[in-house]
Design a protein around this ligand. Structure first.
Ligand code: GDP
Ligand code: MG
Length: 296
């Protein structure tokens, strides 16, 4: 209509600006050595990478991670560009004394908040601040089929105070489907018992639809995942999978494991919310504490 002011195009304007700049998404992986952290990250993102500065070559042997290490990638899907930082951590739990093994990880997460705050306080208002704040922490649980380890409870508790924690059952191919369900249920009960708030949690701004989606996701958590950096042939087509003497696990088959659910959750349905929750809940808590300390 002739009298249109045109502000209805603002969402499109924001969108195209965002798309041009691209999303910044930062993930950290935490858990014991050998649980398949590096493999899973490769399985989720490798096929979409257009530019890599790190190891994403499937034939290169997996090096053991010995320090906290951030690797940047650009992932492109249609017009959408995702700038992805993956922070790999050395597995804890290999040490004789695991006391405070989580400290360097919590410190790393807080350091990113601190760096952002410093830039926010000095930068021009409209300047874009590079964001290294961690939006999601994938926490790898060993597929014991029994209960969480004492260390899992301590570490997840600590982490959940500073970051969105998404627990996953690693190497789920070593459990039967019934074992996975029972294990999941026990883990959920233990998390509730220890009042560990894992992501996604509802906030006041969540509408009914979001609450339902989050409820559905919580009821299937932790995602039981399988990773693989190799392709196997299923029905004449190469798929990400693992082959053993009994058969083939197709990582992307939802009847075989929750890999697809996890990937959709991280990169589609909850990407934006993970970023917003980090800024509005975790960073905000850090920021107000720091600013309060400054005043004293
Ligand atoms: P990280 O130390 O946690 O980074 O573990 P890696 O990704 O280096 O994997 C350790 C070993 O476990 C490698 O030999 C992988 O091939 C294997 N592995 C990774 N993911 C899975 C999985 O889902 N199932 C099984 N059975 N093995 C896996
Ligand atoms: Mg690793």
């Amino acid at each position: 209509c002739a009298y249109s002011v045109g502000f209805d195009s603002i969402t499109r304007q924001i969108e195209s600006k965002l798309l041009k700049r691209g999303f910044q998404f930062n993930v950290i992986v935490v858990g014991q050595t050998g649980l398949g952290k590096s493999t899973l990250i490769n399985t989720i993102f490798a096929s979409h990478l257009i530019d890599t500065k790190g190891r994403f070559e499937p034939d290169e042997p997996i090096r053991q991670t010995t320090e906290i290490q951030a690797v940047s990638h650009i992932v492109q899907e249609n017009a959408v560009r995702l700038r992805l930082n993956i922070v790999d951590t050395p597995g804890y739990g290999d040490l004789v004394n695991n006391e405070n093994c989580w400290d360097p990880i919590v410190k790393y997460i807080k350091d990113q908040h601190s760096a952002y705050l410093r830039k926010e306080l000095t930068a021009m208002r409209d300047k874009h601040i590079p964001d290294t704040r961690i939006h999601a922490c994938l926490y790898f649980i060993a597929p014991t089929g029994h209960t969480l380890k004492a260390i899992d409870i301590v570490v997840m508790k600590k982490l959940s105070e500073v970051v969105n924690v998404v627990p996953v059952i690693a190497k789920a191919d070593s459990l039967t489907l019934e074992e996975r369900e029972a294990f999941k249920e026990r883990i959920r009960a233990e998390l509730a018992h220890h009042q560990i708030r894992v992501y996604p949690f509802d906030t006041e701004d969540n509408d009914e639809e979001e609450r339902q989606l989050n409820g559905a996701i919580r009821s299937m958590m932790p995602f039981a995942v399988v990773g693989s950096e190799r392709n196997v042939i299923v029905d004449g087509k190469p798929v990400r999978g693992r082959k053993n003497r009994w058969g083939v696990i197709n990582v992307e088959n939802e009847a075989h494991c929750d890999f697809n659910y996890l990937r959709n959750f991280l990169t589609r349905t909850h990407l934006q919310d993970l970023i917003e929750t980090t800024s509005q809940v975790h960073y905000e808590a850090f920021r107000s504490k720091q600013l309060l300390a400054l005043k004293e």
